[in-house]
Design a protein around this ligand. Structure first.
Ligand code: ZN
Length: 255
């Protein structure tokens, strides 16, 4: 009788104790840029939107991770076409105590700037580009204007004094951020995308996260050949696979 009781206790413990908490020591947050009322960059047709391409890629990365890497915990900032403030995206990652934050975006040249830009870029945070008006900063931070009152609760761009503190806080994540950016960049170039380099920009979503964080620009929707590539399932899946490989490699080297 007592043995049966022990058996029941063991079975109940196995069911109720979340065994995954030990196995999944590495958490990655996948952040599909834009969403809902914020379409992001738009291609030659209004149906070709950054928000959909980014979502398709992050959902595929997540699918690959969940299927093949049970030791990696995957958190999505969005899995559907919804609007989420930049600060909220960072909050999700901070709350999950993520080891890595990967934001996926699609690049575009401004209207009338031509249709010839080709390639992929991987961005880490830099505070030093304030005032330089980098095109990517203007575009990727511009969603703040759509956030209305919600934007006020996030300290997107603090004062110069608090920047010093902030820089100290962020310093320890910088090396890892650059390391992942280099891996992701190499993997995307490995599938035949043109290398536009690992870069730095003052991107709001990156400055609010407290872990290694990278924003990937996976191609130019303003360039017909790249738009075409990004609008195919094959193209998006190839990019997802490359980013997935980089995440797995980064995890192996950092845990
Ligand atoms: Zn974007």
């Amino acid at each position: 009788m007592r043995r049966i009781l022990y058996l029941i206790i063991i079975i109940v413990a196995m069911i109720t104790v979340p065994s995954v908490s030990c196995a999944q020591s590495f958490t990655v947050v996948l952040d599909a840029g834009h969403g809902g009322k914020d379409a992001g960059a738009v291609g030659s047709s209004s149906r070709n939107r950054e928000k959909d391409i980014a979502l398709a890629i992050t959902n595929e990365i997540g699918r690959l991770l969940q299927q093949n890497n049970k030791d990696i915990n995957v958190v999505f900032t969005r899995k559907t076409d919804v609007f989420i403030e930049l600060g909220r995206r960072a909050q999700i990652a901070n709350k999950a105590k993520a080891n890595l934050f990967v934001s996926v975006h699609v690049n575009a040249l401004p209207k009338n700037a031509g249709h010839h830009a080709v390639g992929v870029q991987s961005y880490t945070l830099s505070l030093k580009t304030v005032g330089t008006n980098l095109e990517v900063e203007k575009r990727e931070n511009s969603v703040i204007a759509l956030e209305g009152d919600a934007a006020k609760q996030y300290d997107y761009f603090p004062s110069a004094e608090s920047d010093i503190m902030f820089e100290l806080m962020q310093d320890h994540d910088m090396k890892e951020s650059v390391e992942f950016a280099q891996m992701a960049q190499k993997a995307m170039v490995g599938i035949g995308r043109k290398d536009m380099g690992v870069r730095q920009a003052n991107l709001a979503v990156l400055r609010l996260t407290y872990m290694p964080s990278v924003l990937l620009e996976v191609g130019f929707i303003s360039t017909p050949s790249e738009e075409q590539f990004l609008m195919t399932t094959e193209g998006r899946n190839a990019l997802a696979r490359a980013i997935y490989d980089a995440i797995v490699k980064y995890k192996q080297q950092n845990s």
